[in-house]
Design a protein around this ligand. Structure first.
Ligand SMILES: O=C(NO)[C@H](O)[C@H](O)[C@H](O)CO
Ligand SMILES: [Mg+2]
Length: 369
């Protein structure tokens, strides 16, 4: 099989109530800069990364695909996924300008598209291509917990997700201007959802170490399952100190671009829930490396969903380190096989491929130049 065409796209899709915030970001749309790879076998692969729909930087990602990586893979056999990933990841001119960031968001889109082709060529869903078997993955919902929600909306949304929609886990954003506000919101949500529902909090990297340490007591009292991205993303030492001073487990990974970054955090004992994201790490190929590492440290993987679950529901089923996955519904109308939750668990995808095949109308509806 040979690659015959590499075409890029950018989609910007509206988020819930047309605007969500966490401690660090405000966004009206989710960005999906991606790639469509055609082959001489008539099999087409789709892959994309996840951004905050900032068009100039989205264009840097698609330009990196078009001008830096496309020539490396044109005419090549797409089934040689790990070899092609290695060549692109260690392509000297690109490696020189950035191991991580834009080059890895671009690489991730391509690698996912190649795994999409590989799975379609085997006529299998990716989770089966990875050697997995059909199994239930529990969902937790982030979409009711945004920091710009009023206290009333936050409590109503989280209660509805549990009582009406059947979720057994929710996550809320923290990192308000004052810790007392975070504590009030945390306690109100725990009261509304009851003691048995999984509750996680996510600071998106905002807090300093003493504030996060102070918050630890309240997290324990509210039986919070994990404290996500409490501190600045690259600060291994402080995460290690925090992990040693509070009882609530630390979760992070959505901002880590390299398997080596995870190795450093694992080795330091600075995280407990690993959240690798194929859309940020450079694809499924390095995601498997990180998930294998986590397994051997006895640490669970609960991926961040920069892809809005389409590929991560496959990798979660396909890798034994995963039993749970984030759910955010924003991109469901873009795909032929949208990730779906019923009674708190993800349905097992049946279509061959990596879950990334676009509906015919997706680019007309959400495509931006
Ligand atoms: O942290 C997250 N999930 O765990 C969310 O992806 C971010 O909050 C969104 O990208 C909005 O910035
Ligand atoms: Mg997060």
């Amino acid at each position: 099989m040979k690659i015959t065409a590499v075409k890029t796209f950018i989609m910007h899709v509206p988020v819930t109530r047309n605007g969500v915030s966490d401690s660090t970001h405000n966004l009206t749309h989710w960005g999906a800069p991606g790639v469509i790879i055609e082959t001489d076998a008539g099999i087409t692969g789709y892959g994309y990364s996840g951004t905050h729909a900032h068009l100039p930087s989205d264009r840097l990602i698609t330009q990196c695909i078009e001008t830096c990586f496309a020539d490396l893979i044109m005419g090549r056999n797409p089934l040689e996924v790990t070899a092609l990933w290695r060549e692109m990841e260690r392509f000297p001119p690109v490696q020189w300008v950035g191991r991580g960031g834009i080059s890895h968001l671009a690489l991730g889109a391509i690698d996912v598209a190649l795994w999409d082709i590989k799975s379609k060529a085997s006529n299998m869903p990716l989770w089966q291509e990875m050697g997995g078997k059909a199994r239930k993955i529990r969902a937790y919902n982030t979409d009711g917990g945004w920091l710009n929600w009023s206290l009333e909306t936050l409590v109503d949304d989280c209660r509805r997700l549990v009582e009406k929609d059947g979720y057994t886990g929710v996550k809320i954003k923290v990192g308000s201007p004052s810790l007392s506000t975070d504590i009030k919101r945390l306690e109100a949500v725990r009261k509304a959802i009851g003691p048995d529902v999984t509750l996680a909090v996510d600071a998106n990297g905002l807090m300093d170490l003493p504030t996060a340490m102070r918050f630890g007591k309240y997290l324990a009292d509210a039986d919070v399952m994990w404290f996500e991205e409490p501190l600045w993303y690259d600060d291994v030492i402080s995460h290690k100190r925090l992990a040693e001073s509070i009882s609530t487990p630390i979760a992070l990974g959505e901002q880590l671009y390299l398997p080596h970054n995870f190795a450093t955090f694992f080795d330091a004992g600075a995280l407990h829930y690993a959240q690798p994201d194929v859309a940020r790490l450079g694809g499924i190929t390095p995601w498997i490396q990180v998930a294998d590492m986590a397994l051997n440290y006895g640490l669970p993987v609960v991926s961040h969903v920069g892809d809005m679950m389409q590929t991560h529901i496959h990798t979660a089923i396909g890798h034994p380190s995963n039993n749970m996955l984030e759910y955010i519904p924003w991109l469901r109308e873009c795909f032929t096989d949208p990730a779906t939750v019923e009674d708190g668990y993800f349905l097992v995808p049946q279509q061959p491929g990596a879950g990334t095949t676009l509906r015919d109308d997706a680019l007309d509806r959400f495509g931006v130049a």
